[in-house]
Design a binder for this molecule. Structure first.
Ligand SMILES: CC(C)(COP(=O)(O)OP(=O)(O)OC[C@H]1O[C@@H](n2cnc3c(N)ncnc32)[C@H](O)[C@@H]1OP(=O)(O)O)[C@@H](O)C(=O)NCCC(=O)NCCS
Length: 170
């Protein structure tokens, strides 16, 4: 899978299709149908707002020979808001590939930590990448339906140079 930056507006429909399939098929392993309906939301005909959100974040898109297969993002405050892999490519390291690139970007920006609100399906994936549980969120609600998730955090080590500078500034 090759990674590249999100392109607006042409990636909107393919990323939305990945989101839809990932929620409806992969996340359905961990949530009941009412929860999946709430999370997937009503089918969007107009992707203007979807596209604007993806374009305003640092969004990476993963492509294979069949097209867009996954995407993930990084917000300026260190939140990973989106991580979705099409089920056709599930279990083959696509999420790891995306997350490693997001982590590298965060390090390059000098961020001290990353956070996410991990679904039950994604929690073991974030754990494999070193994220730790901050707080279970059993009452998290989406469109009025309880869809539990968990706040998780990854502390990013400082480089030796940064650590020395911090020490000096104290
Ligand atoms: C969660 C999701 C992104 C995972 O994508 P994926 O490409 O299948 O995941 P990967 O194959 O890259 O797995 C990454 C690591 O997690 C591990 N892992 C994946 N699923 C796991 C599971 N259910 N239990 C334990 N470990 C798991 C893999 O073994 C792998 O570990 P390794 O690289 O050390 O061998 C995908 O299933 C998805 O889009 N789910 C629905 C939407 C969702 O929940 N998104 C997250 C919103 S917060």
């Amino acid at each position: 899978m090759r990674l590249r930056r999100y392109r607006s507006p042409e990636d909107a429909s393919a990323t939305y299709a990945v989101f839809h399939a990932a929620v409806r098929i992969s996340a359905a392993e961990c949530y009941d149908p009412d929860q999946i309906d709430a999370w997937a939301g009503p089918d969007l005909d107009d992707l203007t707002a979807w596209d604007a959100k993806r374009a305003s974040a640092f969004t990476l898109v993963g492509e294979d020979a069949d097209g867009v297969a996954g995407f993930a993002d990084l917000l300026p405050d260190g939140l990973i808001d989106m991580l979705f892999v099409h089920p056709r490519l599930g279990g083959r390291g696509a999420a790891r590939h995306l997350l490693e690139a997001i982590i590298a970007e965060a390090r390059q920006r000098g961020m001290g930590s990353l956070t996410t609100h991990a679904s039950r399906r994604a929690r073991p994936v974030f754990e494999r990448l070193g994220f730790v549980l901050v707080e279970d969120r059993p009452n998290n609600t989406v469109r009025g339906v309880v869809v539990p998730n968990a706040e998780m955090r990854l502390l990013l080590e400082q480089s030796l140079g940064d650590a020395v500078a911090d020490q000096r500034d104290r």
